[in-house]
Design a protein around this ligand. Structure first.
Ligand code: SAM
Length: 289
């Protein structure tokens, strides 16, 4: 079995021996800190029955730790120039399958059905930061059976996922994530844990997906159109942000009536509303149809 990659010496040797360097355009920052890797696998609660979807195995660092704990790891990697290095670093782990593809093009539901019948899979990754939000929204909105998503993201993105009303970090991402999952920041990770070092602090975040949304709302599409409209016009009154926004086919008067019916101040801004209040507003507006 190959040695574990989670240290600077062996990572540098693997890169050198395979004549590769980290590709910035794919957000490649390889983990070199075994504590962070172990904490990630522990937080993800990976066990011998689990099928894990890893996004972006890179040179196989986190993959080795996941494969040692899981029944199977399916790892989706866009950069085909890593084929030889992964064949080398993962040669000791027979329970890993690499899919050479763009994760944004993969049918997650089909993958989960194929790999684990109807049972939920777990997702784990040190995400490429240039597409963190599209990947998370895709996973959360896929409807695929996913139990949890444990991922490295920029600390700033972790703060946005966890944020509540009235804070500067609160926005559409906070609400999309909190509608789908319980959010826990597992730990902060500093640039020195990566090779090369990113220019920002990072955090491991665990999203534990709900079986059913934490708030009731008749029209989920309208709810998220209202949320997007309200944060696109963050500095405006809520009614001005949402009336006529994409997916919100209501006039300003109708928006004002719905805001009143919910008991909110007429000049309320979206950034002050909780998820439950946005859901009530969507139901009040939806009653007009
Ligand atoms: N897992 C490795 C580690 O922890 O050291 C590498 C993580 S690196 C931050 C992100 C990885 O995602 C890279 O291997 C990169 O090539 C891959 N990647 C970037 N865009 C991708 C995409 N659209 N689909 C799949 N993988 C992608």
């Amino acid at each position: 079995m190959q040695p574990y990659l989670g240290n600077p010496t062996y990572t540098a040797a693997v890169l050198r021996n395979h004549h590769i360097s980290a590709r910035k355009k794919y957000g490649q920052n390889f983990l070199i800190d075994s504590d962070v890797l172990e904490d990630t696998v522990r937080a993800a609660e990976i066990g011998p029955d689990d099928v894990v979807l890893e996004i972006g195995p890179g040179i196989g660092t986190l993959t080795q730790y996941l494969a040692s704990a899981a029944r199977k790891v399916v790892a989706v990697e866009i950069d085909r120039s890593l084929q030889d290095v992964l064949a080398d670093t993962l040669s000791g782990w027979k329970n890993v399958e690499i899919l050479w593809d763009d994760i944004l093009k993969v049918d997650i539901s089909a993958l989960a059905a194929h790999e684990n019948a109807a049972s939920p899979i777990k997702v784990a990754a040190n995400l490429p930061y240039y597409i963190t939000t599209p990947i998370l929204l895709k996973l959360l909105e896929s409807g695929a059976p996913i139990e949890s998503i444990t991922v490295m993201v920029q600390k700033e993105v972790a703060d946005r996922m966890e944020a509540g009303p009235g804070t500067k970090d609160y926005g559409a991402l906070s609400l999309a994530v909190q509608y789908a999952a319980k959010v826990d920041i597992v730990r902060i990770v500093y640039p020195s844990s990566f090779m090369p070092q990113p220019g920002v602090d990072s955090a491991v975040v665990k999203l534990s997906l709900y079986d059913a949304p934490p708030v009731a709302c008749r029209d989920r599409g309208l709810l998220f159109s209202i949320i997007r409209g309200s944060f696109n016009q963050r500095r405006k009154k809520l009614v001005n942000g949402i009336a006529g926004a994409a997916g919100v086919p209501y006039t300003k008067e109708e928006a004002e009536a719905a805001v009143r019916a919910c008991g909110f101040r007429p000049d309320v801004r979206g950034e002050m509303l909780t998820l439950e209040e946005f859901a009530r507003l969507a139901d009040a507006l939806g009653e007009k149809t």
